[in-house]
Design a protein around this ligand. Structure first.
Ligand code: NAP
Length: 280
């Protein structure tokens, strides 16, 4: 099969590395910068690459791996070069706005999200086997052609990913809980600590900070662009999760203020158990 990848960065490059190794596919890439195209060929992520979307004419499946804001505009520019049976899919980390924006642009579109990544970006950050044993979520709607879904599912399976199918909205709500809410909670933790008005105490806290603070502050201390992207594209689900979180925080505060140690123990025993349902 001929596969196209637009956006040869961390995710696009990693997909290319795996498709080239695992299958007998021909992989053609398109990226913004000629230097990225050259590097992608050099790294073996693509058979050929160019900055021209027209080079993907005749390709059967195209993965759009650009930043989220460029997924729909890229599809619009691609459309005149494609035959109607070309399958377009994306890898955007938020699904409802992307799937909605793609509806008038390309009928044969399958929303997707391979849930793997690192803190790095760009073609040099691309890794072989990045998607092994990671969730790959497909978000078809009632309009998505079932045969196209099957093709994307089979490509996702070939990466040895764990395949999930759900609606775009359910995807966005789920990632709000486990990915986007933690970033805002962790960022708020850092900001609250920085609000300590006694400079001596603040300095001591910074000196004492160890593994617990490192774990809980990690995602809030990451790339601001990613946090803004989450808030901007998944606003409703994130605000919903933040309100729920605030209610739980208020409840915990009340338990402590009223010295209700018994209910606090019940709460912490229950969260200790529940954590295992999310992470082993
Ligand atoms: P990335 O490493 O920055 O790669 C994006 C690539 O897109 C860049 O290398 C850039 O290529 C290319 N690009 C930018 N504008 C373009 C254009 N107009 N036409 C063609 N290519 C263009 O970012 P990423 O982490 O791979 O993220 C890409 C997508 O994957 C995003 O939609 C994101 O939501 C999704 N995603 C990310 C993660 C993660 O953890 N990072 C996980 C799952 C999904 P040049 O080098 O040529 O400028």
């Amino acid at each position: 099969m001929d596969i196209g990848i637009v956006g040869l960065g961390l995710i696009g490059g990693s997909l290319g590395l795996d498709f080239k190794v695992r299958q007998t596919h021909r992989v053609l890439g398109v990226s913004r910068r000629p230097s990225t195209c050259e590097r992608a060929i050099e790294r073996g992520a693509v058979d050929d690459a160019s900055t021209d979307l027209a080079s993907l004419k005749g390709v059967e499946v195209i993965f759009i791996c650009t930043p989220i804001v460029l997924i729909q505009p890229t599809a619009e520019k691609l459309a005149p070069h494609l035959s109607p049976d070309t399958i377009l899919t994306d890898v955007g980390s938020v699904k409802a706005p992307v799937v909605q924006a793609m509806d008038p642009v390309w009928q044969n579109f399958v929303g997707g999200h391979p849930m793997a990544g690192t803190a790095e970006s760009g073609i040099d950050a691309a890794l072989r086997d990045l998607f092994v044993d990671r969730a790959y979520v497909i978000t078809p709607t009632e309009k998505t052609p079932p045969d196209s879904v099957k093709v994307v599912e089979s490509l996702a399976r070939s990466l040895q990913s764990r395949l999930y199918t759900c609606t775009p909205t359910d995807h966005d709500r789920a990632v709000a809980w486990i990915s986007h809410l933690p970033v805002m909670v962790s960022a708020s933790l850092i900001a609250a600590c920085m609000g300590e008005d006694n400079l001596e105490v603040l300095k001591l806290a910074q000196a004492f900070a160890s593994s617990g603070f490192r774990d809980t502050s990690r995602v809030g201390g990451g790339n601001p662009e990613l946090g803004i992207m989450m808030a901007r594209y998944n606003k409703d689900a994130l605000v919903r999760s933040l309100h729920a979180f605030q209610a739980h925080l208020t409840h915990a505060t009340t338990l402590i203020e009223t010295e209700n140690w018994q209910d606090l123990e019940t709460l912490l025993t229950s969260t200790q158990r529940s954590r295992l349902d999310f992470v082993e």
